[in-house]
Design a protein around this ligand. Structure first.
Ligand SMILES: Cc1cc2nc3c(=O)[nH]c(=O)nc-3n(C[C@H](O)[C@H](O)[C@H](O)COP(=O)(O)OP(=O)(O)OC[C@H]3O[C@@H](n4cnc5c(N)ncnc54)[C@H](O)[C@@H]3O)c2cc1C
Length: 301
């Protein structure tokens, strides 16, 4: 078992060892975490989570950081990256695929494709980890992770036990799951997939990737669609209809390519991003009486 803590930042004073969360999130904003650790295996990860919990220190599990905004003052606690500890995906008999929570969804999808297992095609371009996708019930093009998940293995921080959750026990909803309300560390997930020729799966994955490239501002840092889909229509359509496309605060801008995305045009702070988001919400509410809700998880001070 290998456990290590990379660099430390103490009591509000950033020092040269501070790990900026802008380095670990796709929005490329955010101040330092008090402690950032990246255990190398599952045992180390559990030990680490348990130790911070027992010490009463706030902790946050980080996947690929593609749906997290950390405020500029940083995270006053331990950010625990799961990526190194929870890798690996494996096709199993009966059309099953198991994947570690730290595996990227893209790589897990490729493992499935090579084994002739279909079901992850539409999700393959989501840039997060399998654990992050389960936590968020990520979805795209009419498909959600909940549609294919059989079970999730998790570590219950309070009880100190490893548990298995069925699909129903994961309590999935639109971009939500039980993992948002209970202190559980997702370790791995099992998916039920169907047989299909690898070439056809890969062709569809390439098609979905092309659609993403055409409609999303992938060339600039972002956290994906910034707002959840409101009851009627799409956030991007409301934002565009409110005449806000291209609006900016500092280095944060509403993408010219897709009004549902806030992009970092260079040098944006979390303050810029959140001020722009607040402005969008106020203007969309005033114009259309629609309440927009942020999709990314926002943490820090
Ligand atoms: C360009 C772009 C396009 C995107 N497109 C889509 C899309 O089409 N559909 C979509 O749904 N999302 C999309 N997203 C958002 C994002 O990729 C997904 O929400 C993804 O599932 C987040 O995974 P992650 O590993 O990055 O999670 P993170 O951002 O690291 O974390 C998200 C949340 O999950 C929790 N978490 C992560 N791993 C674990 C774990 N192992 N155990 C417990 N909690 C955990 C974190 O604590 C955090 O609260 C997009 C983002 C970008 C930047």
């Amino acid at each position: 078992m290998i456990l290590y803590t990379r660099r430390v930042w103490y009591n509000g004073a950033m020092n040269e060892y501070g790990v900026m969360m802008s380095e670990h999130t796709s929005m490329r904003v955010g101040g330092p975490a008090t402690v950032f650790c990246e255990p190398a295996d599952e045992a180390g990860l559990i030990l680490c989570a348990r130790a911070f919990f027992r010490a009463g220190m706030p902790y946050f599990f980080l996947g690929n950081g593609t749906n997290v905004i950390v405020r500029d003052g940083g995270y006053p606690g331990a950010v625990i990256s799961v990526l190194a500890a929870l890798g690996g995906a494996e096709a199993k008999p009966g059309g099953r695929l198991t994947s570690g929570a730290g595996m990227s969804l893209a790589r897990a999808s490729r493992v499935a494709a090579q084994a002739g297992l279909s079901g992850l095609e539409a999700l393959s371009g989501i840039p997060g980890s399998v654990g992050g996708a389960v936590y968020m019930n990520a979805g795209a093009y009419g498909h959600n992770i909940a549609d294919i998940l059989v079970s999730a293995k998790a570590y219950d921080i309070l009880d100190g036990k490893i548990i298995m959750l069925s699909n129903a026990e994961c309590d999935f909803g639109y971009r939500t799951s039980i993992f948002k309300t209970k202190p559980l560390l997702i370790l791995s997930a099992e998916f039920a997939l169907s047989s299909r020729a690898p070439g056809e799966i890969e062709r569809d994955m390439a098609g979905y990737a092309r659609r993403r490239g055409e409609s999303q501002p992938l060339e600039l840092p972002s956290a994906g669609s910034f707002f959840k889909r409101p009851e009627d229509g799409y956030a991007g359509q409301l934002i565009e209809a409110a005449g806000l496309k291209g609006a900016r605060v500092g280095g944060a801008q509403i993408s010219e390519k897709h009004a549902g995305f806030i992009v970092n045009t260079g040098g944006a702070t979390a303050g810029d991003v959140l001020a722009l988001a607040a402005d969008i919400k106020a203007k969309v509410k005033a114009r259309f009486q629609a309440e927009l809700e942020e999709e990314p998880v926002i943490i820090g001070i």
